[in-house]
Design a protein around this ligand. Structure first.
Ligand SMILES: Nc1ncnc2c1ncn2[C@@H]1O[C@H](COP(=O)(O)OP(=O)(O)OP(=O)(O)O)[C@@H](O)[C@H]1O
Length: 262
């Protein structure tokens, strides 16, 4: 279990004045979505929450302790970060890559054991990657690589998931499968935070949302309170038609500008 807290946090977006300080607690079992237009700072916020970027002010705490005070090993076990872009710096198979998720649990020079392999294989199976286990990652398609990154995080068994656009490159079937997998992780007690561009996935799969505006303004809360069409239209500068499918709101962009821009 992990609780992530942002205290008076001001992220450092280069060349931009400081936005409103963020005071936020992400509890075990919650599924948070970060929404906003391109360049609003979603990735910067996610990386700041992960401890990969220093904030301009304030701090981030994991279970009450400031991130810089935690050991690298503890952080590497507890929190997984799935990046939007990735580079393969050395040739590795899908299985070898998934096993990297076990490295925080091994001592230096220790080989992965039977249990590590079992976990990696289970993660590959969960992401539909078993047939690709011996392929070099560099030969995979964009969607396959995205699933390998998620499988590596799953192998890590983190209590905190920080995922940048989890459905990037994925077809509709795999989008739903990945969102269901993240929801299952939350049901098991993990805290999940994801940057999303797809409002409909956010509406269906997130229980909390943070809306990030390009000027650094933000608002957050339970998803039902945030999915207000006028607020979302202002966020994206885009007129939206709203419907309802299976009890979840559905947003469709229409041609027009939002009402406040006409
Ligand atoms: N190293 C950097 N140097 C200069 N500007 C940067 C740097 N990193 C990020 N930025 C700028 O900070 C702003 C926020 O970037 P960020 O990647 O957090 O946005 P985002 O909301 O995740 O965008 P997208 O939806 O396009 O992924 C952008 O305007 C970006 O160009």
């Amino acid at each position: 279990m992990a609780t992530l807290t942002a205290q008076q946090l001001v992220m450092d977006v280069p060349g931009r004045p400081a936005g409103r300080p963020l005071d936020l607690t992400i509890e075990p079992g919650q599924r948070w979505g970060i929404l906003g237009p391109n360049g609003a700072g979603k990735t910067t916020l996610l990386h700041t929450l992960a401890g990969l970027r220093s904030p301009r002010a304030g701090q981030v705490l994991l279970d009450g302790r400031a991130l810089p005070a935690l050991s690298h090993r503890r952080l590497a076990r507890q929190r997984a970060v799935v990046f939007q872009e990735r580079q393969d710096s050395f040739p590795a198979t899908v299985m070898e890559t998934a096993l990297i998720g076990r490295h925080p649990y091994l001592s230096p020079w220790q080989w992965e054991g039977r249990e590590d392999h079992r976990r990696a294989l289970a993660a590959l199976e969960a992401l539909g990657l078993t047939p690709l286990r011996d392929r070099l990652v560099s030969t995979l398609s964009g969607g396959e690589r995205q699933r390998v990154a998620l499988a590596t995080a799953l192998t890590q068994a983190p209590s905190l998931w920080l995922v940048d656009e989890p459905t990037n490159h994925l077809d509709l079937h795999h989008q739903v499968a990945v969102m269901a997998l993240l929801a299952e992780q939350a049901d098991r007690g993990a805290a999940v935070v994801m940057c999303l561009h797809d409002l409909n996935l956010a509406a269906r799969w997130c229980d909390h949302l943070l809306l990030l505006y390009p000027d650094g303004e933000l608002c957050f809360g339970p998803a039902a309170d945030m999915l207000v069409p006028s607020a979302l239209e202002a966020l994206y500068g885009q007129r939206l038609a709203v419907g309802q499918v299976d009890g979840a709101p559905v947003f469709v962009p229409t041609g027009g500008l939002p009402a406040n821009k006409e």
